[in-house]
Design a binder for this molecule. Structure first.
Ligand SMILES: Nc1ncnc2c1ncn2[C@@H]1O[C@H](COP(=O)(O)OP(=O)(O)OP(=O)(O)O)[C@@H](O)[C@H]1O
Length: 267
């Protein structure tokens, strides 16, 4: 296949089949910090969408408001048409530090979201085992977090999020705490899981390359107060070798376009 990467700039986000809608969302911390201003977005079902923008532009704030972990100052978030007022079973949040229980085994940690929901032990462990296998940790069920590498801990966090069977996975810089090798491997795993699970994944990243490589859609936020400055859809045919994709001129052009847009905001 030729011309596999294409960047399309959209004047308006489309509204086809959105699972998450963000409407006129603004967020202030106290009276002095205006984190987000009038953000409007729609997140189509089954897509992988990244939030990209300069440090402090409100990416994590936006993710946490969608998760229901933080209240908006004004505006609203709808998930499957319902207004968000708190965390809910249709959303799972994967924290930057994976938030694992140090005293819990891999199995207990992966099943923890289900444990909180009161799912019986046998049922939650069967589900957790399935996802432990899916994320490549079969055989490590009885290990503890301190016995695992950063990349493996990250996988446990992902298994936990997958096990609760949420429609939307919210990932706050899921790749930041691991080395480059694990980062790339985890990226491939996310793409594979996305194909078989049909979840909507919304993730925060600082890496332009990563956003272009992984995303169906990239939301670019302006410096604080964060507003949507652009939405870019890198059209990538992922049936090729990852290295080939990363050498594709269209991929590189998209990275360059975004970099030029963000360069002025770099420290
Ligand atoms: N609890 C808080 N109280 C006051 N200000 C806050 C709080 N949380 C975040 N902020 C401020 O709000 C702004 C947005 O923060 P946020 O963490 O959402 O940005 P970000 O884009 O995720 O940043 P980074 O890329 O550096 O992780 C920043 O200026 C931050 O300092």
């Amino acid at each position: 296949m030729t011309a596999t990467v294409r960047a399309i700039r959209q004047a308006m986000p489309d509204t086809a089949n959105p699972v998450v809608e963000v409407r006129n969302l603004s967020k202030r911390y106290g009276s002095s910090v205006e984190a987000l201003r009038d953000v409007n977005l729609s997140f189509p079902t089954g897509q992988l969408i990244s939030l990209l923008g300069p440090s402090g532009c409100g990416k994590t704030t936006l993710l946490k408001i969608i998760a229901g972990l933080l209240p908006a100052t004004s505006g609203e978030v709808l998930v499957k048409g319902q207004k968000v007022t708190a965390p809910g079973p249709e959303r799972a949040f994967v924290f930057q530090d994976f938030a694992l229980l140090p005293w819990g085994s891999v199995l207990r940690n992966a099943a923890f979201g289900l444990e909180l929901r009161g799912v019986p032990k046998a049922e939650r462990e069967a589900k957790a085992k399935h996802y432990i296998e899916q994320v490549g940790l079969a055989g490590f069920e009885n290990r503890y977090p301190h016995e695992l590498s950063g990349g493996m801990r990250q996988r446990v966090g992902l298994a936990r999020a997958l096990a609760v069977d949420a429609d939307v996975l919210l990932l706050d810089e899921p790749f930041s705490a691991v080395d480059e090798q694990n980062r790339r491997k985890f990226q491939e795993d996310l793409l594979r899981l996305r194909q078989i699970e049909n979840k909507t994944l919304i993730f925060v990243t600082h890496s332009i390359e990563e956003a272009v490589y992984l995303s169906d859609r990239i939301v670019l936020l302006s410096p604080r107060p964060g507003r949507v400055s652009d939405i870019i859809e890198p059209k990538i045919s992922r049936d090729r070798d990852p290295d080939q994709i990363r050498r594709d001129s269209g991929y590189l052009d998209t990275v360059e376009t975004i970099w030029r847009g963000l360069r002025d905001y770099a420290d």
